[in-house]
Structure formats: C-alpha cells, structure tokens
Design a protein around this ligand. Sequence first.
Ligand code: NAP
Length: 213
Amino acid sequence: MSLTRIHNMSISLDGFATGEPQSADAPFGHAGERLHEWMFATRFWGAGGTEGVDDAFAARHNIGCGAEIMGANKFGPPGWQDDSDWKGWWGPNPPFHTPTFVLTHHPRPPIEMAGGTTFHFLQASPAEALATAAEAAGGLDVRIGGGATVVRDFVAAGLVDHMHLVQVPIVLGRGVRVWDGLEALEDSYDIEAVSSPSGVTHLTFTRRVGDGA
Ligand SMILES: NC(=O)c1ccc[n+]([C@@H]2O[C@H](COP(=O)([O-])OP(=O)(O)OC[C@H]3O[C@@H](n4cnc5c(N)ncnc54)[C@H](OP(=O)(O)O)[C@@H]3O)[C@@H](O)[C@H]2O)c1
C-alpha cells in the first residue's frame, strides 16, 4: 500500500519550520540556514559529509517515493506567481526526480525539468491532491515536502502515515509553526526520539494501526 510520508522537516525548539519574512534573498527569513545545518553536514547532502545518525535519517528522504506535494511558499518566494519564468529554487535538474505537485491558488501549466521532475500546479483539497499524487506515484509512496502550512494541513486531515521531524536547538520566536491546531497529535501516532551527537533530535511519528485511513 502506498504511504504518505514526511522527511527531514526541520523545526526550531518552539516549533517553527521557517522564520520570517520569506524573500528571494532569505527563503527561511530570519532563520537563515540554521534549520538545516545538520543536513548540510551529511553525506546525503554532499560528498565527504558525515555518515552517522543524521545521514541515516536524511537519506530516507529519497527512498521509495514516487511523487512529492509541496506548498506554494516552498516552491518560490512571495510573488513568484507573477513571474512566468519562475521554475523553483533548484535549477534545471531539481532533486525530486518525480512528478511534483505544487499546491497554489494560482495554477499554471506543468513545467517539465531535467532528471524526471515535472512540476504540476494544483488547486485542490489535501485529500484530492493526495489522490492525484498517489496515482502519479505509480504504487510508490507520496512525500509531503512542506512547508509548515502544507504539513500541518495534511496531518490535520489525517492523511500522513509517517513523519520525520528534526528538532534543532534554536529558538526562533516567530515564523510559521507546524504544531498549531494539532492538539493531542500523540493520541494518533507512536512517537520516538533519537538524539544525535550533532545536537539535533530526530522525531518519528508513525500512525497507530487502526487510526485514520
Ligand atoms: N524546515 C523545513 O524543513 C522546511 C521544509 C520545506 C520548506 N520549508 C520552508 O517553509 C516555508 C514555506 O512554508 P509556508 O508554511 O510558508 O508555506 P507552504 O506550506 O510552502 O505553502 C502554503 C501556501 O501554499 C498554497 N496552498 C496550500 N494549500 C493549498 C491548497 N489546498 N490549494 C491551493 N493552494 C494551497 C497557498 O498559497 P497561495 O494562496 O499563494 O497559492 C498557501 O499560502 C519556506 O520558507 C520554505 O523554505 C521548510
């Protein structure tokens, strides 16, 4: 059965997955790159990187996923919808290598990139978007790629089977939080925590058998 998964979603101690304001120069606002320094240090990110706990978790991002769903604010900075040439942050060969569905209230025709990534733009409910992505994934899993708003919406709708969050020891104080509206999430998921020598804590949420879909 195809699963819906979240991987490498990095949050501050106070639960923010991005700072503010988001812009072309500062995609994560005042958070800068601090939420992802743990990942940049791994072999998953680049040759010569670490091969310990952080790398083992990070590498699961790419395994077994046949499609990704992301939010409009992950795809581009505020205002990208007005730029008909905008093709995402990732250059000509984005790291998704699958159909990738961008949820937006400003849909446009699909963009085929090198390396197997095609961006599709979708205005749909989370359940409808997931059905579309699951069909495109051809039996593989669907990754919910963020940002915080989209993760929150899919979890709130009971659509997520497995979630990997990485708690980074910084306090952002402002931005977009993942936890808002998700009271008592622990009733629906088995939660495990693994501390890494790098200082981050890997949290996995596995939906309890019999809960939700
Ligand atoms: N910490 C991490 O690991 C991580 C991971 C990924 C991304 N990020 C960061 O998170 C930030 C983005 O997160 P965010 O919470 O601001 O936004 P987001 O989740 O990326 O996108 C939210 C936007 O997507 C569109 N949208 C969402 N659901 C929709 C639906 N059902 N139908 C149509 N459109 C829909 C809406 O935009 P419109 O109304 O404008 O169309 C909405 O404002 C960026 O800074 C990104 O770099 C962090």
